[in-house]
Design a protein around this ligand. Sequence first.
Ligand code: TXA
Ligand code: MG
Length: 360
Amino acid sequence: METKLIQIKYPKTPCDEELMEGAKILREGGLVAFPTETVYGLGANALDEEAAKKIYAAKGRPSDNPLIAHVSCMEEVYPLVSWVPEAAKKLAQAFWPGPLTMIFPKSGIVPYGTTGGLDTVAVRMPSDPVANRLIALARVPVAAPSANTSGRPSPTTAQHVLQDMAGRIEMIIDGGPVGIGVESTIVDVSVDVPTVLRPGAITMEMLEEVLGEIAIDPAILGPMAEGIRPKAPGMKYKHYAPKADLTLVEPQDGDLENPEGIKRMIAKVQELAEEKIAAGYQVGVICTDESRELYKNGMVQSIGSRARRETVAHNLYAVLREFDDRKTDYIFSESFSEDHLGQAIMNRLSKAAGYHIIKA
Ligand code: TXA
Ligand code: MG
């Protein structure tokens, strides 16, 4: 199959003519990758089981891993869900459209092929103007996982999507690099106490402010203990993985506000990198704008500024992909504190590292 690449001229104000063909492909059961404010998505008609199957095939994704149904406005939510809990109304009011996914009890029209056999459905209303308008024009809810091959870092540019999906899907819509860079926050609102299943740019602090009480699925805090099943099935897979062996280094007491701790962490990253370089390996170092000058050896890449963590989220997957392209054997990375957006950053980095974290 030839993959058509469509370039959106002004991604903040796309025109309908640019999106019509993609919308038609979606409505007719084909696959279209498109930008969202978080990462690029691989879309298909969420109400068409056959279309959903094509997504699993193109990504090489296990079919028990459910998809998120994307909508463009509130009216499109109601047909997909059997009821809208009070907490969902508040969160929708505060954060939609935006980088928040909510889990609802599903209605009869959503096929089990989209929900991975579950009686719940994940719904998200993206704020990205290209995504939002494309979904509205398609006139169907759009199931869209991240547009990467299963297990690879999520795509944050159309070029990343092309690397993974060329020849496998009908169309890629290029709206430029995404803004946020990590996937949406997932909150299960189908239970008594709303529970975060995946951290993202809508942080615990922001959710708490709107809801008061909010719980967090233990599976996102650390490696999964035997027998514990994460509530978001996707969280059990080794996700976000670079090809290289990634190790995170953090200060002994975990205190990343303390300059002494940061110094020890940097020295440890250097030491570990030098050991592997001496043994003849290709070694990558993930540092920050603040520490860039302190590293002398290895392929040193800044992931962003420790003082502006939105830059770290934004660059995270692109940096991991770049190390893949450079055939890196080992990557050693600095850590980040886990408050605010740091929770999403550390969740993705620790998973990519298979929870291999060394204390300094
Ligand atoms: O930011 C995002 O959410 C991106 C963009 C494209 O919108 N999409 C995305 O989709 O990250 P995906 O498929 O890569 O991740 C969806 C996650 C998976 O971990 C899946 O298991 C979980 O959502 N999920 C989907 N439906 C669910 C459900 N009914 N109950 C629990 N978890 C669900
Ligand atoms: Mg994904």
